[in-house]
Design a protein around this ligand. Structure first.
Ligand SMILES: *[C@@H]1O[C@H](CO)[C@@H](O)[C@H](O)[C@H]1NC(C)=O
Ligand SMILES: *[C@@H]1O[C@H](CO)[C@@H](O)[C@H](O)[C@H]1NC(C)=O
Ligand SMILES: *[C@@H]1O[C@H](CO)[C@@H](O)[C@H](O)[C@H]1NC(C)=O
Ligand SMILES: *[C@@H]1O[C@H](CO)[C@@H](O)[C@H](O)[C@H]1NC(C)=O
Ligand SMILES: CC(=O)N[C@H]1CO[C@H](CO)[C@@H](O)[C@@H]1O
Length: 514
């Protein structure tokens, strides 16, 4: 499939002549139209790529436990081997260099660096992250680091319940301190939490994600939890842990390391199902519950009024000093964006006696579908991303934003000629230029994912990668998909059509071998 039949050298030369005259025009997207310091990158996270799960002193995280307990019966697989980046990081950084990435977004496995979550540092873990960061920096690739990506050390979950307990604030801050101290001379972009809102909802309300807490009424058979209270408690503790780490960074490191600290949320495009005022209000409420839950405290020092009203006494209250700590504690917001939903007002859910977070929103969410996309593919809706950023800017001001994740899913076993992914990336990257021109302070864009990783929502069935990995191949060779060629051409200011580019690449290989 990849190595299509031999094409004559003459034809290739002709193609090259033709394409040199259509350079850059193909999609109208040009790298050099974006601000020079705008970063284009790709993302992964520790548990999804590293493998080496019990090597060199690493201990389990709540995600290891979740995966080995069967992933809430949604799919099979675990990150024991992942993409084996732990051993292949040099090769991977080479691919990034060749691709022309400005930045690589990855996460540190807390339980690899500090296996019990607190206490002694694992020297081998420290060495690994130093090696990876040095390799990136030596190639001029920025390291954008996340500290918690669904992978709290299991030891802290066992000892005191992890994020439901306020003790987490102290341990998280101490872990962050180690990272700032050891890596902060080279790492300038720190994100404390990945998808804090999805972690609270998926992990503590519905219970289909680690650490799988939920009330007995959930279909996900959790062994513990309380969907009415824990999502709010956990979010409160995440906000305090973030803010405490940010204060530490600002007081102790920022003046000499000159970096930035932010937080990451999953964001959705919300579209009212009808134009009734009820549905339009339901959209605002959905935005408050999903995005304002964190952004309101970060901006104003308190939760949104809609949440106070619907959640009542189950919503923790900020003390004056907590409020001051949290307010203004992000230098940037990282957003992950994939899906859009229609939102329908659902006031009846407020009559449920023991309401969970989902019921508190009093809205129904209907996945936005499109006739053009196959059912496997995520519909492409850049206008909802734009609507989201417009509304965030209106409510919270024009603070710096990194799009930390965006990408298209396909079946792992589908073609390397991943045109749906190219279409998706092209539309969103194009829309960012438009948003920049409309005054949005977007600082960077990261494709999820650099390669086919172990996916949180689908294991190894669906993938988002620019590189394919055949799991049956013991060497886990990284094979470029068309999307990687497309992205690389864009980043290197070359022609955008991967078909043409592949021919050029083949031609240069041919010439080398002659
Ligand atoms: C959840 O916590 C609330 C408040 O403490 C309590 O009233 C409720 O019974 C708890 N629910 C479960 C399922 O434990
Ligand atoms: C929960 O347990 C029930 C009864 O054992 C089982 O039928 C169901 O499949 C389980 N659900 C999940 C998501 O594991
Ligand atoms: C709502 O109104 C907008 C603007 O008038 C229109 O474009 C849209 O199609 C309407 N939506 C529905 C579901 O009627
Ligand atoms: C990209 O190509 C354009 C048009 O040929 C050129 O003006 C620009 O300098 C190039 N930028 C880079 C970074 O090579
Ligand atoms: C192209 C191809 O082989 N697609 C198959 C991939 O695997 C899924 C099931 O996991 C099948 O439904 C597809 O037909």
């Amino acid at each position: 499939m990849w190595k299509k039949g031999f094409v004559g050298v003459e034809l290739l030369l002709l193609l090259m002549l033709v394409c040199s005259s259509v350079l850059l025009v193909v999609d109208g997207l040009r790298r050099d139209e974006y601000p020079p310091d705008f970063v284009f990158g790709a993302s992964t996270s520790a548990y999804q790529v590293e493998g080496a799960a019990d090597e060199d002193g690493r201990k389990p995280s709540i995600w290891d436990t979740f995966a080995h307990a069967g992933n809430a019966n949604m799919y099979k697989g675990n990150g024991d081997t992942g993409c084996d980046q732990y051993h292949k990081y040099k090769e991977d950084v080479q691919l990034m260099t060749k691709m022309g990435l400005d930045a690589y977004r990855f996460s540190i496995s807390w339980s690899r660096l500090i296996p019990d979550g607190k206490g002694p540092i694992n020297q081998k873990g420290l060495q690994y992250y130093n090696n990876l960061i040095n390799e990136l920096i030596s190639q001029g690739i920025q390291a954008h680091v996340t500290l918690h990506h669904w992978d709290l050390p299991q030891a802290l979950e066992d000892e005191y319940g992890g994020w439901v307990n306020k003790k987490i604030v102290k341990d998280f801050t101490a872990y962050a301190d180690v990272c700032f101290r050891e890596f902060g001379d080279r790492v300038k972009h720190w994100t404390t939490m990945n998808e804090g809102n999805a972690f609270a909802e998926g992990g503590y309300d519905i219970g289909f994600l680690p650490p799988q807490h939920c009330s007995p009424s959930s279909i996900f058979n959790c062994s513990k939890g309380n969907s009415s209270t824990e999502p709010y408690l956990v979010t409160h503790n995440m906000l305090l842990a973030h803010a405490s780490a940010a204060r530490l960074y600002r007081n102790k490191y920022q003046f000499k390391q000159h970096g930035f600290i932010g937080f990451n949320l999953i964001t959705y495009g919300f579209v009212p199902l009808t134009n009734s005022s009820e549905d339009i209000t339901a959209v605002q409420r959905a935005q408050d519950f999903y995005h304002g839950w964190f952004l309101n405290p970060f901006t104003f020092g308190d939760y949104p009024e809609t949440m106070k009203k619907n959640v009542g006494s189950r919503l923790p209250i900020f003390t004056k000093s907590e409020s001051n700590l949290v307010k203004g504690s992000i230098d940037f917001l990282g957003i992950n964006f994939y899906f859009s939903f229609y939102v329908k007002d659902n006031p009846r859910s407020l009559y449920i006696k023991e309401r969970d977070y989902a019921a508190d929103i009093a809205a129904e969410f209907i996945v936005y579908t499109s006739n053009e996309a196959s059912t496997d593919e995520i519909p492409i809706t850049p206008w909802t991303l734009q609507g989201l950023l417009d509304s965030l800017k209106n409510i919270y001001g024009n603070f710096p934003i990194y799009i930390h994740e965006n990408g298209q899913q396909t079946h792992r076993n589908s073609s390397l000629e991943d045109w749906p992914r190219i279409n998706y990336l092209q539309e969103y990257i194009g829309s960012i230029l438009h948003m920049l021109r409309n005054g949005h302070d977007i600082r960077g864009y990261f494709v999820w994912s650099f390669m086919d990783v172990f996916e949180l929502l689908s294991g190894y069935e669906f993938t988002y990668g620019l590189y394919y990995i055949d799991l049956k191949d013991p060497t886990l060779r990284r094979q470029p998909k068309f999307s990687s060629v497309w992205y690389s051409n864009f980043l290197n200011n070359r022609t955008m059509d991967p078909m043409v580019a592949m021919q050029i690449e083949k031609n240069s290989l041919l010439q080398k071998s002659i």
